[in-house]
Every structure is written in structure tokens, then in C-alpha cells.
Design a protein around this ligand. Structure first.
Ligand code: OAD
Length: 231
């Protein structure tokens, strides 16, 4: 068994689609009733905090009702055979509840809140909503712990450092539309096998193996293959 091999997973909304959470760019995308800039930008927050808070309250309720699927669970099981690091663009906690240990959330976490003026003040919510009037110790309104469009991605360097060390890179359920996250693939070391699992066509660099399957089928299939090849 090759316990030292480092497996890095880049996941996106597609891995949670079969848990009932909508992707962003599908036909009935998650933004359906809203303009992205109204609910996922600092300007939108300045304009209408109530709207932004309610939008994410709704997302939070859906996440809390969702359950991890076969893909999340299969990634957790791979930890018995590999060192597994997950870099996810997802704000849900389904990788955690699926049993994975090392998860970096590039775009934040819906189950957490932060001070709007104090980004170092982050709490795990023990309720489904962030009400207007819920403030950080310095007095600023609490907001979702989410990276919005136009904001820096604080964990990007940490994520790049993980990808640089990958022995095998797996991309699952991301349309690779959103930068800088999509650019992380470029940090894969020379010769590192890259496997993408997505039922649809996505813009992949040359040399990437595309397994055109849904995550709940593709990830367990790949996991069995990797275990066979490396044990
Ligand atoms: P997208 O909605 O852009 O892409 C989802 C991908 O999942 C697509 O390529 C689909 O083909 C694929 N997909 C759909 N069903 C699937 C399934 N069952 N199994 C596997 N793949 C499936 O979502 P992301 O790429 O994650 O950022 O979006 C990136 C970022 O855009 C999000 O993190 C979010 C959004 O704006 C912020 O909010 C900051």
C-alpha cells in the first residue's frame, strides 16, 4: 500500500449536485432569481444587506438538509490508501460530513459567519440564519463567511502549495470558469497524472484524462482503480 502518495482533489459544485444542491452554471443555476452582483459582491452587500443575508440563509438551510453522496464518501475512504487533500470551491460542508479530513475551502463556508469589517473574526454558526443586528465584538454586522466576486481569495497560496506537491490530481464537478480557482491546475507538477470527472465537456489542458461521468459513479470508479494501481 502506497500511503505516502499525495492525492489532491479540486472539487466544485458538481460533486454536490447529486446531494440535491444546485450548480451555478447549469440550466436552472443557483443564481436563478438573482443577479450575481446583487448577492455575491461587496457592492451588493453595501446596497442591500437584508437581501444578501436572506439569500445565504436560504443556501444554508438547503446545505443543512443535504446529505453527502457516494462521491464524498469515496474520497474519504481513499484516506486509508493515500494522503488526500481536498481543495474545494464549494461552500457546503458535505466533504466534512462525508468523512474527509483535509479540506481547504477556497470560497468560504456557509456554516460560518465573519465580521463585515473584521475578517479575522470568524464563528461557526449554531443557527440557520444571520440576522441583521448580529454583530462582531468590534461592532460590525456579521456577514456570510464567503468570498465574493471582487474579493481576494485568502487561501489561494495554500491551495497552490498543495497542488504543487500532488502525485495525482483529480478535478471533479467544476466548470473551470472561475479564476483564480481554475488556474490551480497549472500548478500541478510536470508528469503528474490529472484526471477530470465531469459528465459535460469542460475546458481542460492537454494531457488531462476526462472521465465523462457523474461524480457518484466516477469517483468510486476512479478510487477503485487508484487503489488497485497503487497497492
Ligand atoms: P459550476 O456550476 O460552474 O460548474 C459545475 C460543474 O459540475 C459543471 O462542469 C457540470 O458539468 C458539472 N456537474 C454537474 N453535475 C455533475 C455531477 N453529478 N457530477 C459531476 N459533475 C457534475 O460550478 P463551479 O465550477 O464549482 O463561487 O463554480 C465555481 C464558482 O462559481 C463557485 O465556487 C462560486 C461560483 O460563482 C463563488 O460564489 C465565489
Amino acid at each position: 500500500m502506497d500511503k505516502q502518495k499525495k492525492l489532491v482533489i479540486l472539487s466544485g459544485a458538481g460533486i454536490s449536485a447529486e446531494s440535491g444542491l444546485k450548480t451555478f452554471r447549469g440550466g436552472d443555476g443557483l443564481w436563478e432569481d438573482h443577479r450575481i452582483e446583487d448577492v455575491a459582491s461587496p457592492e451588493g452587500w453595501q446596497r442591500d444587506r437584508e437581501l444578501v443575508l436572506r439569500f445565504y440563509d436560504e443556501r444554508r438551510k438547503q446545505v443543512l438538509q443535504a446529505q453527502p453522496n457516494e462521491a464524498h464518501r469515496a474520497l474519504a475512504e481513499l484516506e486509508s490508501h493515500f494522503h488526500v487533500d481536498i481543495v474545494t470551491q464549494n461552500i457546503d460542508d458535505l466533504h466534512e460530513r462525508g468523512g474527509s479530513s483535509n479540506i481547504l475551502h477556497l470560497h468560504g463556508e456557509i456554516v460560518k459567519a465573519r465580521g463585515s469589517l473584521d475578517e479575522s473574526y470568524v464563528i461557526l454558526l449554531d443557527q440557520e440564519t444571520i440576522p441583521l443586528g448580529m454583530k462582531c465584538p468590534k461592532g460590525s454586522q456579521m456577514r456570510p463567511y464567503i468570498v465574493w466576486f471582487g474579493e481576494a481569495v485568502p487561501l489561494l497560496e495554500n491551495a497552490a502549495r498543495l497542488v504543487i506537491q500532488a502525485d495525482i490530481l483529480v478535478i471533479v464537478g467544476t466548470s473551470l470558469n472561475v479564476y483564480p480557482a481554475a488556474g490551480l491546475i497549472d500548478f500541478a507538477p510536470e508528469g503528474c497524472p490529472i484526471i477530470a470527472i465531469d459528465p459535460n465537456d469542460i475546458p481542460l489542458p492537454q494531457g488531462v484524462t476526462h472521465l465523462k461521468k457523474k461524480a457518484s459513479e466516477g469517483i468510486p470508479l476512479l478510487a477503485r482503480q487508484l487503489i488497485e494501481d497503487h497497492s
